[in-house]
Design a protein around this ligand. Structure first.
Ligand code: SF4
Length: 496
């Protein structure tokens, strides 16, 4: 079942929750990814790597202007042509001009989230350029005409049967569920395009300022083909991808790989520092780097610069209980689902109504923060964004009314005391002897339709505290036998 990503938020969530097949596929795959990730990060001193990765990314984002100028200088010195794009449309226009002037007919592309963000494929197709995705997962999605549902594993929502059926219909593959035969069928088809494409397009994992080098991480080798076989190679890079030094990129590569796929290192890490030189055996004749802002500076201006530290590893999605229930398509028309997407999507879209519900679709359990290899405090950003969105009156009047009532009650201890007393009385409305309300009356039953509500206690916390006061007083001073024991006598010489 495919979720309509253009549908309103609540219908998307309902659709996702009713699709048990996809839910199972996503939960199983996320569970496996999370386990692999756990093993890979436990094998090293993960806290040190997280701290260092955080420092690198924080430094890069705080010093973007200087680093970007350094990057441009060194890319140009290496023979690359650097272009600046304020918006996604500008980036697409630059690319179209490059394609038109060089009479490009076919382009091969490696997996890239920024190209999803700016809808690059649709834009190039408008001028008759055929774009072929070369990452296996992205290729399958292109055949299925679906957007990705995860930033690292884009086809995670599809089972083997769905993929087999698709490859049978689109490529004439014999019926099979053997993954290696399915891969072979796709590989044969892709090989033709690798050898004949006029242009290669990729995103960028890291752009090293000190050397003017573009780094891409892949496991299938397609990134290397895209960046070296066609005569023209175009890199689309978000401006936040810049890092100061080579060793920074190497450390972040490890952090990204361990957290994305649970590998010690990805199979390929390709570094491009310019077009083919006369003494090189191969490589592109031209390398263009399009540095795209597309609202990233707005994210900084709005006070959410930390969100740009993201290295797009996907770990926050793998551990997120919400993402694991609903999958990526339920987050709507966005390149970035999951916890980080819930922050970036509303901030990067001028129309605040796009993705406005996403920051509220979080349990704020903090699993994403604990997993993030660059230590982004995602729950804190989500809370701040909720606050900002409510100021912009994005929340419904009813929600605002409820929050105002809560604030009014909590501001005065006497009101709070009365309110908790009244809440305790609601137990009497239920004849059930259990500790939960399984069915609330009227519109309130929307809550209990999918979850149980804990009944308020008979006694308030303060009453319970008062009753237990005697016990607490006893515990205020340590038991006398401990005080007089030899172990606690600091003046006594330790026995040898
Ligand atoms: S926010 Fe952190 S965990 Fe999530 S994708 Fe970005 S780097 Fe990975």
């Amino acid at each position: 079942m495919t979720i309509n990503i253009d549908a309103p938020y609540k219908s998307r969530i309902r659709e996702a929750l009713s699709d048990s097949g996809t839910r199972k596929a996503v939960d199983r795959a996320m569970g496996e990814l999370a386990q692999r990730r756990e093993r890979a990060v436990n094998a090293i001193d993960n806290e040190t790597m997280r701290t260092e990765s955080h420092e690198i990314r924080e430094h890069a984002i705080r010093n973007l202007p200087g680093l970007l100028v350094e990057l441009e200088t060194n890319l140009t010195r290496n023979g690359c042509e650097v272009h600046w794009a304020r918006t996604g449309n500008e980036a697409n226009d630059i690319l179209k001009t490059i394609a038109r002037t060089r009479k490009i007919k076919t382009a091969i592309k490696s997996k890239s989230m920024v190209t999803e963000e700016i809808h690059l494929n649709t834009s190039l197709e408008e001028i008759g350029v055929k774009v072929i995705e070369t990452d296996l997962g992205e290729y399958i999605l292109q055949l299925a005409d679906e957007p990705p549902s995860h930033i690292v594993a884009p086809v995670i929502h599809k089972g083997a049967e769905d993929i087999s059926e698709l490859l049978q219909n689109e490529l004439g593959m014999e019926p099979t569920l053997d993954p290696s035969i399915m891969c072979d069928a796709a590989r044969k088809e892709l090989r033709k395009h690798f050898l004949s494409a006029d242009m290669g397009i990729s995103g960028c994992n890291f752009a090293i300022a000190e050397t003017g080098t573009i780094c891409i991480i892949t496991n299938e080798g397609n990134g290397r083909m895209v960046s070296s076989l066609p005569p023209v190679y175009v890199v689309i890079a978000g401006i936040e991808k810049v890092v100061p030094r080579v060793e920074d990129a190497i450390l972040l590569w490890q952090a990204a790989t361990r957290n994305a796929t649970g590998q010690d290192a990805s199979v390929y890490f390709s570094m491009t520092s310019g077009p083919k030189k006369p003494n090189h055996a191969d490589g592109p004749k031209e390398v263009h780097v399009i540095l795209v802002d597309n609202a990233r500076t707005n994210v900084i201006k709005k006070g959410y610069a930390d969100a740009l530290m993201c290295i797009k590893c996907g770990a926050c999605m793998d551990v997120c209980p919400v993402y694991r229930e609903i999958g990526g398509h339920a987050y709507g028309k966005t390149a970035y689902p999951g916890p980080i997407g819930s922050i970036l999507t509303p901030l990067m879209n001028e129309n605040i109504n796009i993705g406005k519900d996403l920051p509220f679709a979080s349990s704020l359990c903090g699993a994403c923060k604990d997993a993030c290899p660059v230590k982004i405090d995602l729950p804190k950003l989500l809370l701040e964004l909720r606050n900002d969105l409510s100021k912009e009156k994005i929340t419904s009047p009813f929600q605002r009314f409820l929050v105002k009532c809560f604030a009014w009650i909590s501001k005065k201890p006497s009101r709070y005391k009365k309110a908790t007393k009244i809440a305790g009385l609601t137990r009497k409305f239920s004849k059930e002897s259990t500790q939960v309300f399984s069915k609330l009356p009227g519109p309130l039953n929307r809550w209990t339709r999918s979850r149980a509500l804990q009944k308020p206690s008979n006694k308030t916390f303060k009453e319970t505290w008062k009753d237990s006061k005697a016990d607490f007083q006893v515990l205020k001073s340590p038991p006398s036998e401990l005080v007089s024991s030899e172990r606690h006598d600091r003046n006594k010489e330790p026995s040898r």
